[in-house]
Structure formats: structure tokens, C-alpha cells
Write a protein that binds this ligand. Structure first.
Ligand code: UDP
Length: 342
């Protein structure tokens, strides 16, 4: 049984990935500092899979603690989710974002080298593409200047991995390093059990938690940012991807075991875009709740439309997104109701 270290495994995407890993027969060690998650998630995972993941509360910016984590657990591979992820906050606190996101990646790579661990899956984002010149976006598209320090940490992390993989490939004394970077489009939805889901701290930035909190009466109204875009209904278009489909991509990426001189990048999206109004319509249909929303000015920095070509992941990882937008809105709502009644 392979042992996988999942950093940030108590977070939104991390927790769903831990479930998918355990269900596929992997042994999991979660490392999380709980800065944006709750330890209760670990027991919720156990309720779903009946398997207790090992949990280590650890700050990966501490080199000594990170190396010790690797020495104790000696993982076969790492899935590295742990990072700060709020775009707006990253503009306010850039140094904290650079320090946390970059230092933790460097420490993880150092820990891997210490124990001879060769495989890492990195959690990247479609934000590296900026405003794409064409649609759908393929992995061959150039990366653009990042719109926020958060986005820049993803770009820099991909560069660090690229240099580390290249050096390992060309230097006989180094261990091979096999790195896969998964560029997520818009992850949303929740596990169908409603035992785990997204737990935004404070006022949500993302569309789906804002929708479910408005429907639940926590927020008075959803502002739809802009209805004058060059799209069929005037609202922005995104490639929303169910978090359980996304989780399965990580399991398949672990099996992708090619030694090469570069980091293999994969878009993880459905290949289909939906507008904000289409998401609202799906939510109302699946929840039976009328949503109070109004049009508001455009949000600064928003891309008009973006969706992926997931063809490369389909071909090389044998992965495909199966869940629909209705599955996403339905599970997100079930999760919101579960949080309310907890
Ligand atoms: N959005 C919105 N109201 C909100 C939050 C988001 O209209 O309260 C829109 C946003 O302008 C974008 C889409 O929903 O067009 C997805 O935004 P989100 O922040 O979820 O993801 P992003 O693609 O910006 O990372």
C-alpha cells in the first residue's frame, strides 16, 4: 500500500482528495496547520471512508518540522495543497503570501530529497493563463503576468518545480523528481454525503458559497458582478468543476509515473463554460429556493470568459469530469444545509 502525504489535507480540495485516495486503497498522512480549516474535517473523512487518516498539525514553513515529518512518515509521494488562496487578501498581504506559499513548497521539496521521495503533485490554477487570447485554454498557452500575488505564487511554484525537475534529470547524483502540476479551473460542489465541503472564513469571495449563504439567509443579496460582458447573457463565464471530479484527477495523476526533464501540466476542468446566471438558474432548480440577486458593477480583475480544454488529462491521465453543474449546485446546497444544522 502506497503512503501519500497530503499537505493541506484538511482543506476543501485536500479533504475530498483524501477521501478519493483512501477509497482507491492508498494510505494517507494529512499535514495541515489548520490556518484555514478545522480538525473536525479529519473525523468527517473517517465517517465517509471508515478509515482514520494520520493527522499531523504542522506548519510547513518550518524547515526542521517539515524534514522531521518526512523522516517519520517516509511517504511514497506528496500531493501539495497547503497554501494561502484568497486573491484579495494576497493583494493586501503579499509578503505573507510569498513567504507561506513559496517557503512551504521549498521545505516540502527538501523533505522529499531527505527521504528519497520522488513524486509530487502540485495544486496550481488556471489563473496562470491570465486573460487567454483564445478559447478553450490548452496547456500550450503561454502563462501571462499574474493578476495577484496569489496567482504569482502559483507561477513561481511551477517555475521552482520546473528547475528542480530539470536539475534532477540532468544530474546523475540527484534523485529523479517527477512533478505534475494540476491547473484547476473553478472547483465547487461538495461530497454527496454532505460531511465535507467548502468552509469559507468570513464573507466568501467565490460565487458558489456566496449563492448558498444568500439562499440560507446569511447574506441578504448576491451581487452579480457585471451584466454587460460580451457573453450571451452578459455575465462572466467560468469552467466550474465538481470537487469530487477534481479529487479523482489527483489519484490518477499519482499513477502518471513518467521520468522526464519537465513538469507535466494538466488542465483540470470540464471543458464547458457556464455564465453566472446559468449557475444561479441551476441552483434555483436543484434547491427549490428563489435566490435574491441583483446586478452590480464589474469586479476589478475579473476575466470575461475562460474555459479549459481537458483533452490532455483525458488522454494521458485517463481522467474525465463526470459530474454536471446541477450536481455541483445540489451538493453545495446540501452541504450548506448541513453546516447550518450543525
Ligand atoms: N461572482 C459574482 N458574485 C460574487 C462572486 C463571484 O458575480 O459574489 C462572479 C465573478 O465575477 C466571476 C464568477 O462569479 O464571474 C466566478 O467568481 P469566483 O470568485 O467564484 O471565481 P474566479 O473565477 O474569480 O476565481
Amino acid at each position: 500500500m502506497e503512503k501519500i502525504l497530503v499537505t493541506g489535507g484538511a482543506g476543501f480540495i485536500g479533504s475530498h482528495t483524501v477521501v478519493a485516495l483512501q477509497e482507491s486503497g492508498y494510505e494517507v498522512v494529512i499535514a495541515d496547520n489548520l490556518s484555514n480549516s478545522d480538525e473536525m474535517v479529519v473525523s468527517q473523512i473517517k465517517k465517509i471512508t471508515k478509515i482514520d487518516p494520520v493527522f499531523e498539525k504542522i506548519d510547513l514553513t518550518c524547515t526542521k518540522d517539515t524534514v522531521r515529518l518526512f523522516e517519520v512518515h517516509k511517504p511514497d509521494a506528496v500531493i501539495h495543497f497547503a497554501s494561502y488562496k484568497a486573491v484579495g487578501e494576497s493583494v493586501q498581504k503579499p509578503l505573507s503570501y510569498y513567504f507561506n506559499n513559496i517557503t512551504s513548497l521549498l521545505n516540502v521539496l527538501d523533505g522529499m530529497r531527505h527521504v528519497g521521495c520522488e513524486r509530487i503533485i502540485f495544486s496550481s490554477s488556471c489563473t496562470v493563463y491570465g486573460i487567454p487570447d483564445e478559447l478553450p485554454v490548452t496547456e500550450k498557452f503561454p502563462r501571462k503576468k499574474a493578476c495577484s500575488p496569489y496567482g504569482n505564487t502559483k507561477k513561481i511554484s511551477e517555475d521552482i518545480l520546473a528547475d528542480a525537475v530539470y536539475a534532477a534529470f540532468h544530474n546523475d547524483r540527484e534523485l529523479p523528481l517527477k512533478a505534475v502540476s494540476l491547473r484547476y479551473f473553478n472547483p465547487t460542489g461538495a461530497h454527496p454525503s454532505a460531511l465535507i465541503g467548502e468552509l469559507p472564513l468570513g464573507v466568501p469571495n467565490n460565487l458558489m458559497p456566496y449563492i448558498t449563504q444568500t439562499a440560507a439567509g446569511i447574506r441578504p443579496v448576491l451581487n452579480v458582478f457585471g451584466n454587460d460582458y460580451n457573453t450571451p447573457d452578459g455575465t462572466c463565464i467560468r469552467d466550474y468543476i465538481h470537487v469530487c471530479d477534481l479529487a479523482e484527477a489527483h489519484v490518477l495523476a499519482l499513477k502518471y509515473n513518467k521520468v522526464s526533464s519537465f513538469v507535466e501540466m494538466f488542465n483540470i476542468g470540464t471543458g464547458r463554460g457556464y455564465s453566472v446566471l446559468e449557475v444561479i438558474k441551476s441552483f434555483e432548480k436543484m434547491s427549490g429556493v428563489h435566490l435574491n440577486y441583483e446586478f452590480a458593477p464589474r469586479r476589478r480583475g475579473d476575466v470575461e470568459k475562460i474555459w479549459s480544454s481537458p483533452a490532455k488529462a483525458e488522454e494521458l491521465l485517463n481522467w474525465k469530469a463526470y459530474r454536471s453543474l446541477d450536481d455541483m449546485t445540489e451538493t453545495a446546497w446540501k452541504w450548506q444545509l448541513a453546516v447550518l444544522s450543525a
